[in-house]
Design a protein around this ligand. Structure first.
Ligand SMILES: NC(=O)c1ccc[n+]([C@@H]2O[C@H](COP(=O)([O-])OP(=O)(O)OC[C@H]3O[C@@H](n4cnc5c(N)ncnc54)[C@H](OP(=O)(O)O)[C@@H]3O)[C@@H](O)[C@H]2O)c1
Length: 399
């Protein structure tokens, strides 16, 4: 699979080098683009691989931002940096699994803390964590750890805080993968002790992707931030941990900006907005007499299989240019109407994120003892929607 993808990756890296390149919306010089290409691609096309570089300031479409990268933290440096630390990773859900296994494979001293005999405990045992050796109950793991990586669900972070806080003694470091708990402390009650470093590495993707990219020898993009710097080392520690958990590039931000943009994005274009748009378009096609396969192909299949990957690889203009002039004319015209119609909805969403309403909704719902069953019921309802059942049939006939 990797072998089949490589030539295309090389072609795309080369095409990015011959033009001025665009990666994740950032205008990059050819050299920066070369560095941004995966190491395997750089090696394959004989591009320079710089081993030791400092933090970078990159011009993202006219705004300069700070980015850190994995190449600055070779394995020996990472092992030396954390040689006296025990990383206590609390929670073994999506992120706990991905980050924990990556840390372990990187050779770092990591232990897991989860509820005994819960679903996560069993998952951890299956992944080779050994009870009493590197798998403990939450409180015991925190006591043993010097760096406490709180990867419980956000609702559980709030629920368990009265037990966890007294264990966060001076000299320990508290790590999050979301700004949620400390930023909305008036609602979550997560008021961090004043005498410890509090840092964040938030991978921009699911824990499964954190793991799969690491295994492919690549790294996920992550946000990195400092909430409290007592030692003067908080940022450096955060970047090093970010590399340890499998990040390729770390984009510097604040806890507040991370949580606002994350809650907003996942409710919008990343998940909620796109699902709403798929459903609206599909329903209109069906109501106007189109077959399920035609409605699905014109709504989801062509988007996910053909057009969105082009946007991901080379940008919106590249996707437009790859389509017919008929498609291009209509799409450019209608994008303005969609933007104007949707912008007020996005503003309403941002307001609800900013005033904490979305946080409260998440805390209330996800703290319910039956939250797993309730989500499963909703997943079942989605699975049974005609659009997604039609999708399964389309996938079945698609080679
Ligand atoms: N998932 C993502 O894509 C993603 C991406 C970036 C950042 N993040 C952030 O990473 C952090 C972890 O997210 P996640 O998605 O990995 O979480 P998750 O999959 O929902 O994991 C939940 C973990 O919390 C434990 N838990 C739940 N309630 C508990 C309680 N009352 N007491 C003790 N343990 C409890 C679960 O243990 P049991 O199995 O025992 O219930 C499980 O280990 C969050 O801050 C999240 O915002 C997530």
């Amino acid at each position: 699979m990797a072998a089949r993808r490589a030539p295309q990756a090389i072609r795309s890296a080369l095409s990015q080098l011959t033009k001025s390149s665009t990666i994740h919306g950032a205008r990059m010089t050819p050299l920066v683009a070369a560095r941004a290409a995966p190491a395997a691609v750089r090696g394959a096309v004989g591009l320079p691989v710089q081993q030791t570089r400092g933090m970078k300031t990159i011009d993202f479409a006219g705004t300069k931002e700070t980015v850190y990268e994995r190449d600055d933290w070779p394995r020996e440096k990472l092992l030396d940096y954390f040689k006296d630390d025990t990383l206590a990773l609390i929670g073994y859900g999506s992120q706990g699994h991905g980050q924990g296994l990556n840390l372990r494979d990187n050779g770092l001293n990591v232990i897991i803390g989860v509820r005994k005999n819960g679903a996560s405990w069993k998952d951890a045992v299956q992944d080779g964590w050994i009870p009493g050796k590197n798998l403990f109950e939450v409180e015991e793991a925190i006591k043993k750890g010097s760096i406490i990586m709180n990867l419980l669900s956000d609702a559980a972070q709030s629920e368990t805080w009265p037990t966890i806080k007294p264990l966060l003694t001076k000299g320990k470091t508290l790590y999050f993968s979301h700004g949620f708990s400390p930023v909305f402390k008036d609602r979550t009650k997560v008021d961090v002790p004043e005498d410890i470093d509090v840092i964040l590495v938030a991978p921009k993707g699911s824990g499964r992707t954190v793991r799969s990219l690491f295994k492919e020898g690549r790294g996920i993009n992550s946000s990195v931030a400092v909430y409290q710097d007592v030692t003067g080392q908080a940022l450096e520690k955060a970047v090093a941990l970010g590399v340890g958990v499998g990040s390729g590039y770390l984009y510097q931000t604040t806890f507040k900006k991370e949580v606002f943009s994350d809650l907003y994005g996942e409710r919008g274009c990343l998940m909620g907005g796109i699902h709403g748009m798929f459903l609206a378009q599909y329903e209109v096609l069906r109501e106007r007499g189109h077959s399920p396969s035609e409605a699905f192909n014109e709504t989801v299949e062509e988007a996910t299989q053909s057009l969105y990957p082009l946007i991901g690889a080379n940008g919106m203009d590249y996707m437009y240019a790859a389509c017919s002039t008929t498609a291009r004319r209509g799409a450019i015209d209608w994008s303005k109407k969609f933007k104007d119609t949707l912008k007020p909805v996005f503003n309403e969403l941002y307001d609800r994120v900013e005033d904490g309403s979305e946080t409260q909704r998440s805390l209330d719902y996800n703290s319910r003892s039956d939250y797993r069953e309730l989500y499963e019921k909703e997943m079942q309802e989605i699975r049974e929607l005609e659009i997604w059942r039609a999708g399964k049939a389309v996938r079945y006939v698609t080679p």
